[in-house]
Design a protein around this ligand. Sequence first.
Ligand code: CMP
Length: 131
Amino acid sequence: MIYTLAIIKPDAMKKGYKEDIRSEILDNGFKIAEEKTIHLSKEQAERFYAVHKDKPFFIELVEFMTSFESHIMKLEKENAVIEWRNLMGATDPSKADQGTIRSKFGTDISMNATHGSDSNENATIEINHFF
Ligand code: CMP
């Protein structure tokens, strides 16, 4: 699989990190096959994160993801899913390796700057959600 879905989330967009994060992506050998900036509706956020609907943080997650614009990208690279997850670092920025995007631009486990698909199967679903 050469594609994955990446999102620059509202926290990073609000702080003006969009171009810094895009540059990191391009500098690390990804192509941005498609991209768009959108303000997610409640329905879109709920549908996108439906797998987490029973988690205690679901309401907080939907509120956060609808709080400001997000930048959505279809990334292209060999082994895109794992490569993008490695570049992002751990979900919790305080546990992410130094130099990773979440360690540099994230705030906490909720406001963690970026999203990436967690499997090839979900990458296809998530890409179809937006493009
Ligand atoms: P993401 O990779 O987009 O996938 C699900 C998101 O839920 C995750 O990044 C975080 O933004 C959020 N999340 C995961 N765990 C927690 C948590 N314990 N508390 C709040 N938000 C969380």
